[in-house]
Design a binder for this molecule. Structure first.
Ligand code: 2PG
Ligand code: MG
Length: 401
């Protein structure tokens, strides 16, 4: 029933207006799945390779499609993803492109679910999933590579850890987002939005901390449950490897100072989540910071681990973090992403499922988070391509997918 009979690939627009790859997978019994690849701006050096979409599509049509059509079963995700690896033949998907690979991998999963008549999260995670929901990390102020003339730290995130339901959590994040706008207006700070829908004001990090902290306490009082505060520092983007320093607009910090700075922020703002506080090559500095504050907060590796089990094994051996960001397009297939999630969970690392700064209306990551019982999902707070995933979580909770 799930034998793949057709794979179609096309270029569509992503949220930045750039082309990306969309895949349709059709099965023998008429099962259908459609998925699209997202795209990063602050990409990790060790990510699988995204090729220009027209090249990725041409290469996948030539090498991958013949290994899938009439050959692989959409219901057998490992087989589909193994065929993609075999078609590619490299260890970083530089032949068919991680963008073609991930679009096909996710579309096949949806086609498999369609044949079964089951929601995607259930097809991926089994009959007993769907009881627990991830806490959404909502990006309310941002800068770095996602917006010009804004904060140095890439993302100021809110985490409604005390929300009684995923719906309450999603609405709380949107309320913090609009409260931040009110506070910016009170201070006469004009601002637009960055790539992920976060406000991108021309203020320094210190002021952003003040504003987000205030917005969080206002909304917390309003909703009556606990809302935490987190960051994606995107440390690799701040790091100058020649000088060995982290370059902020107002000053430089060497690695020890960076560790101390982040540890102080964790204590001052009671941060529940800190992603990529340090450079993507510096496992030791990650380990030092984790030693210092890992019992109070999540230290999450994004560019550090790039959803790659080899890099995660090294991180586990060296005590580099206690959490891993999971982005299927960083590694190219759902199988690889699942393997990273399983390895993380077995070793006490919390998996956090994540969007990219360039996104589409695709909702696969909402299902992936529920399928794997992930404690957090990072997928913005507002903006159509972000709310597509958040609204899908609400639908999953309402049994309406
Ligand atoms: O750094 C990140 O975590 C992501 C998503 O927020 O950004 P990008 O997709 O640009 O890598
Ligand atoms: Mg990141």
């Amino acid at each position: 029933m799930t034998l793949i009979t057709d794979v179609r690939l096309r270029r569509i627009l992503d949220s930045r207006g750039n082309p990306t790859v969309e895949a349709d997978v059709v099965t023998e019994s008429g099962g259908f799945g459609r998925a699209a690849a997202p795209s990063g701006a602050s990409t990790g050096e060790y990510e699988a390779v995204e090729r220009p979409p027209s090249e990725a599509i041409a290469a996948a049509r030539e090498d991958a499609v013949p290994r899938l059509v009439g050959e692989a079963y959409a219901g057998n995700q490992r087989e589909v993803d193994a065929a993609l690896h075999a078609a590619d033949g490299t260890d970083d998907f530089s032949e068919i492109g991680a963008n073609s690979a991930v679009a096909i991998s996710m579309a096949a999963a949806k086609a498999g679910a369609d044949v079964l008549g089951a929601p995607l999260f259930q097809h991926l995670g089994g009959a007993f999933r769907g009881q627990n929901f991830p806490i959404p990390l909502g990006n309310v102020v941002g800068g770095g590579e996602h917006a010009a003339d804004a904060t140095d730290i890439q993302e100021f995130l809110v985490a409604p850890v005390g929300a009684p339901s995923v719906e309450d959590a999603v609405f709380a994040n949107a309320t913090v987002h609009s409260t931040v706008a009110d506070l910016l207006e009170e201070r006469d700070v004009p601002c637009g939005k960055g790539d992920e829908g976060a406000w991108a004001p021309s203020i320094d990090d210190r002021e952003a901390f003040e504003i987000v902290d205030e917005a969080v306490s206002i909304v917390q009082d309003e909703v009556g449950f606990n809302i935490g505060f987190g960051l994606d520092v995107a440390g690799a983007e701040l790091y100058d490897s020649d000088a060995g320093t982290y370059e902020y607009s107002d000053r430089s910090r060497d690695t020890d100072e960076q560790i101390e700075y982040i540890a102080e922020l964790v204590r001052e703002y009671d941060l529940v989540y800190v992603e990529d506080p340090l450079d993507e090559d510096d496992y030791d500095a990650f380990a030092d910071l984790t030693d210092e504050v890992g019992d109070q907060t999540l230290i999450c590796g994004d560019d550090l681990f790039v959803t790659n089990t080899d890099r995660l094994v090294e991180g586990i051996d060296r005590g580099a973090a206690n959490s891993i960001l999971i982005k299927p397009n960083q590694i190219g297939t759902l199988t690889d992403a699942f393997d990273a999630i399983e390895l993380a969970a077995q070793n006490g690392y919390d998996p956090v499922i994540s969007h990219r700064s360039g996104e589409t209306e695709d909702t696969t990551i909402a299902h992936l988070a529920v399928a794997t019982d992930a404690p957090f999902i990072k997928t913005g707070a507002v903006g159509g391509e972000r709310t597509a995933k958040l609204n899908e979580l609400i639908r999953i909770a309402d049994d309406a997918t």
